[in-house]
Design a protein around this ligand. Structure first.
Ligand code: F6R
Length: 607
């Protein structure tokens, strides 16, 4: 992961870098640093901890200079420490490098460099890059960097400056995102668009095996063989990248409250009257009608959305559907045949494991459809077609609005496929579309009074463990509810299929164990009810999520959180909202930074 940023122009580089890093903090926040060239000399500041610590250091001990690079780290190789914070340097501290990615062959490279007399000051993989550039330097920073990147295995986006050539930043991309921002008499580079939005709306997206050299007044682009290449400048939409927190204390809360608008936006974008319409699907109806198998793959929260999607695809389109965790999918030599469609789901579009799975499919000539939030991301660009989630930027590390957006996109796509396959008739189709239109209003209703959920968080925020149980289409809700709680509150939580619970895990139940049972109205409500009774009989504290009007659930529950009535298929969109709020309130009660939970980063760009 990690976020990188670079600037060259007339402004003071450190101010551009620090704002850029703050806007990239969602990519990691273990340590941060900047290097600038001030009056011909390379100087730097770097420190363990969040970016605000680096900001304080720069305020007390400012740096000048109009060219610089910066980094916010999510540690992979080497502990979290001042020494391992980027930038990293060559032996003489004349060359500075920031890096996002993992250099897989760094141990061999490091051993060779040490034999040649290089002295290392950190335990990171990145530092080899700086020493290799030093080794390859023959009066041309671009050439030295170009030769270096050809020696690296793994994934990287790098920015390099040197006091030997103080008029340029050399950058390269392979496997990790990097964009160049074009300004007037100033140019920028960063891992992601929001870092540069205060300065420019014009961007060039580097592809793998591409490099650029940024000067104050021009940017030149090359491939890894040193050939000059032409790149298109694209305009970013300001509206899409509005990243302010507004009056909310945390992005996560803001994003939870944005869910009605996200649902509205998805419906407005993809529903034209009683027709479902996907602008960039790029997969013909005749191709889709021949699809015999769908493989969904994704990570984390997006994987949970995929589990919900399987129900839709099998029910509405009667297509055999598998759902896999991307990091597992790729390494089990999956069977991929011609009549298979892959669906990759990703909020960021930059998750390395998901990209790897997508490439595996493409290498076997399998068409890939992506459900993505970041429409300019690697996953979006490498897929045959995309369904954009249009959730707007999701900054809080815990995914919320992207999740409900992904489920809605999967619902619409499955119905679309169901029509193509003649599985869903016209009347049925309309019947399934109708409740969709009520979704925004029903989410608003849940959000309009959260006092009960807050009270529950008051009662249970000191619990050591939580169990989440669900069945059928709400089993993924149990997984997602548990994930939300553990990632932001650090409370151990397990999501389990309620019917399976008695086959072992029920032994965990004790009178202090909160057990959140997701049991909205459904065809298997009675089965779920029996499973809850089994837990209640063992004195677990039952907190049920149930449909308004369900009085029976009170017989087995200590607390009931009601959600509005909705068809079973759409219940996961509503039942997750109270669980997002419960996690949020518990984490804030515990005094934790919910937007930046420990050990995590928003975008996992390493495998
Ligand atoms: C959890 C969370 C992560 C992501 C996962 C995949 O709240 O945010 O589990 O869902 O890292 O990320 P994307 O969807 O960007 O591929």
């Amino acid at each position: 992961m990690c976020g990188i940023v670079g600037y060259i122009g007339d402004k003071l580089a450190d101010s551009v870098l620090i704002v850029g890093l703050e806007r990239l903090e969602y990519r990691g926040y273990d340590s941060a640093g900047v290097a600038v060239i001030e009056e011909g000399e390379l100087i730097y500041r770097k420190k363990k901890g969040k970016i605000k610590i680096l900001r304080e250091i720069l305020e007390k001990n400012p740096v000048g200079g109009n060219i610089g690079i910066g980094h916010t780290r999510w540690a992979t190789h080497g502990e979290v420490s001042d020494e391992n914070a980027h930038p990293h340097f060559d032996c003489n501290k004349k060359i500075a490098v920031v890096h996002n990615g993992i250099i897989e062959n760094y141990i061999e490279l490091k051993e060779e460099l040490i034999k040649k007399g290089h002295i290392f000051s950190s335990t990171t993989d990145t530092e080899v890059i700086a020493h290799l550039i030093e080794e390859n330097f023959n009066g041309d920073l671009f050439e030295a960097t170009r030769k270096t990147v050809k020696l690296l295995k793994g994934a990287f986006a790098i920015c390099v400056i040197s006091e030997k050539e103080p008029d340029k930043i050399v950058v390269a991309r392979f496997g990790s995102p990097l964009i160049v921002g074009i300004g007037k008499d100033e140019n920028f580079v960063a891992s992601d668009v929001p870092a540069l939005l205060p300065h420019t709306k014009s961007f060039v997206y580097l592809k793998d095996s591409e490099m650029a050299v940024l000067y104050k007044d021009k940017v030149l682009f090359f491939d890894f063989d040193g050939n000059k290449i032409e790149k298109k400048i694209e305009r970013a939409s300001v509206e899409i990248y509005d990243v302010d927190k507004g009056d909310y204390p945390y992005y996560m809360l803001k994003e939870i409250y944005e869910q009605p608008e996200v649902a509205e936006r998805i419906l407005n974008d993809k529903l034209k009257g009683d027709e479902i319409f996907f602008e960039n699907l790029n997969l013909s109806k005749s191709f889709l009608s021949k699809v015999k198998r769908v493989i969904i793959h994704a990570c984390g929260t997006s994987f949970h959305a995929g589990l919900v999607g399987r129900f839709f695809l099998e029910k509405f389109a009667r297509v055999y559907t598998e759902v896999d965790i991307s990091s597992e999918f790729r390494y089990r030599n999956p069977l991929l045949e011609g009549d298979t469609l892959m669906i990759a789901i990703s909020q960021s579009g930059e998750t390395a494991d998901t990209i790897a799975g997508l490439r595996e499919a493409k290498s076997k000539f399998i068409k890939v459809l992506s459900i993505v939030n970041q429409e300019k991301s690697t996953i979006a660009r490498e897929s045959d077609g995309i369904i954009p989630i249009k959730a707007g930027p999701e900054i809080g590390v815990a995914s919320t609005k992207a999740y409900t957006g992904e489920i809605l996109c999967l619902y619409l796509f499955s119905l679309y496929l169901g029509r193509i396959n003649y599985v869903v008739g016209e009347e049925e189709f309309k019947r399934y579309l109708k409740p969709l239109r009520d979704i925004p209003m029903k989410i608003r209703k849940i959000l309009s009074d959260t006092s009960f959920i807050e009270e529950l968080s008051d009662k249970y925020h000191k619990s050591k463990d939580f169990i989440f149980l669900g069945r059928g289409i709400n089993y993924p809700t149990a997984l997602e509810g548990a994930l939300k709680l553990k990632e932001i509150s650090y409370i151990h939580a397990t999501g389990y299929p309620a019917g399976e619970f008695k086959h072992g895990p029920i032994a965990l139940i004790n009178p202090n164990m909160p057990c959140v049972c997701i049991s909205p109205k459904s065809e298997i409500y009675d089965k779920m009810f029996s499973n809850i009774k089994e837990v209640a009989a063992r004195k677990g504290i039952i907190i049920s999520v149930a449909t308004e009007g369900d009085e029976k659930i009170k017989e087995v529950s200590k607390h009931v959180i009601y959600i509005p009535d909705i068809i079973e298929e759409l219940s996961p969109v509503l039942s997750i909202i109270p669980l997002q709020l419960l996690s949020y309130f518990i984490a804030t009660k515990l005094g934790l930074d919910v937007d930046k939970p420990r050990n995590l980063a928003k975008s996992v760009t390493v495998e």
